[in-house]
Design a protein around this ligand. Structure first.
Ligand code: NAD
Ligand code: UDP
Length: 381
């Protein structure tokens, strides 16, 4: 039976160029596109590790997915692939905070300069673009600068796409290189839309988490690498080491289950008339915890899926300078306003934090515990 969109129109088959489609979010979009739609995915990435399970030529969707191993910094095939597609989704980025203050040039190039040709090719060839921005473009909340008693008013911390300012720290706090580069890209896209008619949708993810996020250092990533908090805490749990709370773990985040998030992306793909010209916060305001509370919940969830008792797992406070080095700074709080996405796409997140952590830690334990055991039992030289 033909699929229909929110307005009852039949959804046409689309060729979708997914740049950075071999990463965490891209791999989940590809899974959904293959299992539930008839769209074609033209995946562009430097690595296919996270989508290899979808690329087997014996799978029923083999004719609908192709992988192009290329670096968009320096490959003239990019324009041809964008031209051959109906829609481009740009996910390519350096997006791990440990890189923002230690590799600021790579971060700025990846999140701004490298996105420029993608935007240009979409405008020049009249192709629709769904671009991945970040909730981090809002930076710090207004409340973080006010005395404690004012911080409770939602108007000082809820982040609205069309009202909230972008508040970053000074230039020597290089943490903000990512947010600033992403903001510049959002502004470029918006300007291309205003002056040259680019059809765009900007997505602002709020800490989407789930299976396949980042890497476990020493197993499928460098042993001195620092991934995002889910993988950092998973790594400590798998090794039986204390979970490190940066500056006491007082910053707060709202976490969204990746499967809920991908439902929102699918609605954007299939409802261009409702999604074009909009910036969407995509998060779960009901799943807010401090990083310390997240650690406690992850300890509980891990104890359920492993033989390790929660009483043997602990946390330890570390300074941000020791953990990330000079130039680190943090977003204090990130609560998405949901008005625009609810109105335009009737999307709502469904999965509570405890359930999403149960599913994710089951995956982490199943995928990594043996490799870690082998690594730990190796004699050291
Ligand atoms: P990810 O690192 O898993 O995916 C990014 C992918 O882009 C990787 O597979 C990487 O190899 C690829 N890539 C980077 N540079 C490339 C280049 N020059 N050429 C080709 N491929 C390149 O990260 P993710 O979590 O899937 O994030 C995807 C997008 O969403 C990013 O733009 C990120 O900034 C944004 N985002 C994600 C979150 C989240 O919660 N996961 C939050 C905010 C923003
Ligand atoms: N964090 C932490 N311990 C870790 C890794 C991260 O306390 O091992 C904190 C980090 O300082 C930030 C929050 O967890 O306050 C979320 O970090 P993440 O890397 O996931 O990305 P962010 O949400 O800052 O973009």
């Amino acid at each position: 039976m033909a699929r229909v969109n929110l307005d009852g129109q039949t959804i046409p088959m689309l060729a979708i160029c997914m740049i950075g489609g071999g990463g965490f979010i891209g791999s989940h979009i590809c899974e959904k596109l293959m299992a539930e739609t008839n769209h074609k995915a033209i995946v562009v990435d430097v690595s296919s590790d996270k989508i290899n399970h979808l690329l087997d030529r014996s799978l029923p969707w083999a004719h609908r997915i192709e992988f192009h191993q290329l670096n968009i910094k320096s490959d003239s095939r990019l324009e041809t692939l964008i031209k051959a597609s109906d829609l481009t989704i740009n996910l390519a980025a350096i997006c791990t905070p440990a890189d923002y203050n230690t590799r600021p040039l790579d971060t700025i190039f990846s999140n701004f300069i490298d996105a420029i040709p993608v935007i240009k090719y979409c405008t020049e060839n009249n192709k629709r673009l769904i671009h991945f921005s970040t909730c981090e473009v809002y930076g710090k909340t207004i409340g973080s600068f006010l005395p404690e008693e004012f911080r409770k008013d939602p108007k000082y911390f809820i982040l609205k796409e069309d009202e909230s300012p972008c508040i970053f720290g000074p230039i020597d706090k290089q943490r903000w290189s990512y947010a600033c580069a992403k903001q510049m890209t959002d502004r470029l896209i918006y300007a291309e839309h205003a002056e040259n008619g680019l059809k765009f949708t900007i997505v602002r993810p709020y800490n989407w988490i789930g299976p396949r996020m980042d890497f476990i250092p020493g197993v499928d990533g460098p042993s001195d690498g620092v991934p995002r908090v889910l993988a950092c805490f998973s790594n400590s749990l798998l090794r039986g080491e204390p979970l490190k709370l940066v500056d006491g773990g007082k910053s707060k985040r709202t976490f969204l289950y990746i499967k809920d998030a991908i439902d929102a992306v699918a609605l954007m793909i299939d409802n261009p008339e409702r999604a074009n010209g909009y910036i969407f916060n995509v998060g779960n305001p009901d799943n807010e915890v401090s990083v310390k509370e997240l650690a406690e919940l992850m300890i509980k969830a891990y104890a359920k899926v492993s033989d390790v008792p929660a009483s043997s797992l602990s946390t330890v406070n570390v300074t941000s300078e020791d953990f990330y080095g000079k130039g680190y700074d943090d977003s204090d709080r990130r609560i998405p306003d949901m008005t625009i996405i609810t109105r335009q796409l009737a999307w709502k997140p469904r999965t509570p934090l405890d359930k999403l952590l149960d599913v994710t830690l089951q995956y982490q334990h199943r995928t990594y515990s043996r490799a870690i055991e082998r690594e730990i039992s190796k004699p050291s030289n």
